[in-house]
Ligand binder design. Structure first.
Ligand code: ZN
Length: 400
């Protein structure tokens, strides 16, 4: 009789080797890859995927920050799962990498964020092979640089997704280990500029007091505050409150000169289904009112840091990771909102449902970045089981 999906998932998860995984994490962090200099590590990661039997290529679109793409053909009849991660680390110095099998810890820049997660992806695929469990759907592994701000801007992963290098769903091996983020607020930075037509003048030359750029700022701040209060009155659950925040106001350069311009800068956080366009129209409406009252030009520009998204609860990747987590850890994996702006938002904007599961990232970016062997093992086991639950699988021996 053919094994059930759950039996095969447990079989694959059970084949994860903690020691092998710790050693691979150590090997990965021993090749530095600060943002913008990911080429050496990309070569190591690509070689690892090749050894695992994946058809692997290095995408050189962004010089110095190549992306690695690996594909493992399934037995047929299942959806494609993408396992993704960023290959760069923050460019902050750290003590040399170390591994201590007895104390069950790997230390060094990137151990938690997120070469441990990338090693867990590799170990999950290795465990499937060792257990003789063959996925029905394809596996697609992607690793991309230029992730960490301020140098990183997600152009690498967005380019891959834009070119169709995408699975039917994705698991990103970071930013989640005890809950499953299925939604995130979007965030945009707005810049409102007020401009007078003429040149600066002495205060006594100002004929129309309303047409003073600082008056426009006052009206703008009132309008922005009124909108912020409306947003604060809305229910914040389940994904956190929508907000409108003012962070910078610049106007004037001398005590009795009428300035020609003024700038107000801040953030707007919003929930799906709102998009950057909706937020832009909202702010343009406020600006138009102030322009009408003052006769000044008032324009707004918006830079989206991350779009808002919310996955449908019925997305199969959610059930797959939850089922695997239940197999491996025993408890439920609760749904949550993403705490940070991560790549799931980029996947969502290309129509690919993505969730996060990796190692505990409490020490990410810190002076003592580390990950435990137990944590690595749990991440790899959950990933191995998630592949089986999502893609379907069969046993090699049952096939013969
Ligand atoms: Zn990260």
């Amino acid at each position: 009789m053919a094994s059930s999906r759950r039996e095969l998932a447990k079989l694959a998860a059970g084949a994860v080797s903690r020691r092998r995984l710790m050693e691979e994490t150590y090997r990965f962090i021993s090749v530095p890859s600060p943002t913008g200099q990911e080429a050496d590590f990309a070569a190591v990661f690509a070689e690892t995927l090749s050894e695992l039997g994946l058809e692997t290529s290095i995408d050189e679109e962004f010089a110095g920050s190549p992306s690695v793409i690996g594909r493992l053909k399934g037995e047929g009849g299942g959806p494609t799962l993408q396992l993704d991660g960023h290959s760069d680390t923050v460019p902050v110095p750290h003590d040399p990498p170390s591994i201590d099998l007895e104390r069950d810890v790997v230390r060094g820049r990137g151990a938690a964020d997120m070469k441990g997660g990338l090693a867990a992806i590799c170990e999950a695929i290795r465990a499937l092979a060792d257990a003789g469990v063959r996925p029905l759907g394809d596996l697609l592994v992607t690793a991309h640089g230029l992730h960490e701000a301020p140098l990183g801007d997600q152009r690498t992963i967005r380019s891959l997704l834009g070119r169709g290098v995408a699975g039917d769903a994705a698991v990103i091996a970071e930013l989640g280990h005890e809950d499953l983020a299925t939604a995130s607020r979007g965030m945009s930075i707005y810049t409102i500029e007020v401009r007078a037509m003429g040149a600066s003048m002495h205060e006594v030359e100002l004929k129309d007091r309303a047409a003073h750029p600082i008056n426009a700022v006052r009206l703008l701040l009132d309008a922005l505050e009124a909108r912020a209060e409306e947003l604060a009155a809305q229910p914040a659950e389940p994904f956190g409150p929508e907000t409108l925040f003012v962070g910078q106001v610049h106007a004037g350069d001398f005590y009795n000169r009428v300035p020609t311009e003024a700038v107000v800068v801040g953030t707007r956080r919003y929930r799906a289904p709102l998009t950057k366009q909706d937020v832009l129209e909202e702010l343009e409406g406020l600006c138009a009112e102030v322009a009408a009252k003052t006769g000044l030009r008032v324009g707004v520009e918006l830079k989206e840091v991350g779009p808002a998204y919310a996955l449908a609860p019925s997305e199969p990747v959610i059930a797959a990771v939850q089922a695997s987590y239940h197999d491996v850890v025993g408890g439920e994996l609760p749904l949550a909102a993403a705490r940070a702006v991560g790549n799931a938002a980029d996947f969502a904007s290309y129509g690919v449902p993505a969730v996060y599961h990796g190692v505990n990232q409490q020490t990410a970016h810190s002076d003592d970045e580390h990950v435990s062997g137990a944590d690595l093992e749990r991440a790899a086991r959950v990933l191995a089981g998630s592949i089986v639950h999502f893609c379907g699988a069969e046993r090699e021996e049952e096939k013969r």
